[in-house]
Design a protein around this ligand. Sequence first.
Ligand SMILES: [Zn+2]
Length: 287
Amino acid sequence: MPELPEVEALAHHLREHAVGRRVQRVDVASLSVLKTASPPWTALHGREVTAVARHGKYLDVAAEGLHLVTHLARAGWLRWADTMSATPPKPGKGPLALRVHLGPPGQGPGFDLTEAGTKKGLAVWIVEDPDTIEQIATLGPDALSLTRDEFGAVLTGRTERLKNLLTSQRVLAGIGNAYSDEIMHVARLSPYATPARLPEESIDQLYDAMRTVLTDAVTRSVGQDAARLKGEKRSGLRVHARTGLPCPICADTIREVSFADKAFQYCPTCQTNGKPLADRRLSRLLK
Ligand SMILES: [Zn+2]
């Protein structure tokens, strides 16, 4: 799932290439991605893209009073093309969900919102005010814009497990399963730790790890020109999705805890005093 760094890289690309261009046409290939009916998507036609923002993992393209907001869900992506095909897409065929022409179709640039796989979750809202979208109105502070003091205030007295807290968008916006694994590994903290019981030094480590992991990932993703890739491509992960491989810090074997249709990873030596975490605690940990 694209998280803060990937979405920030996509926003970066659009700020450089889409701002100042006019929406010539929007093609909707999958009606089910549209979560709003009014204003219709045709209301975007003729409007100039004025700004591109990111709210947590949500991307917000502003065009003269309207906002096209998207959440890429598990397997969605935004792909830029310098020349967009003029042929209207066939509904229900392939990964294309929505296409935005930012120049004459067939000659000008634009971007596609695509979604791979059969489990569809990509969502698009067309609104006058992004704060009318409940998921955005309820987001916690952005993980990259928080100061150390604000971060401390967010965690004070929280008794949930760290893994849960870091990935809860209402607590902290932008971090998902992959980067929470990386942040806790860099901070040398257990996914099952509870912030209320952590000393200040651990909160310092966690804050520093969050900044470093996210900032490095944004730099890498911007450097790859994410919007020209077919999908999310991560590099530099140390524990996430590396079950069974050696930890790059201590060479212990990376372990995983799995539940329903996901899993998270950690290094026992670096994070849990060498102790493997029990799966059975998960029903309470991650609902
Ligand atoms: Zn390790």
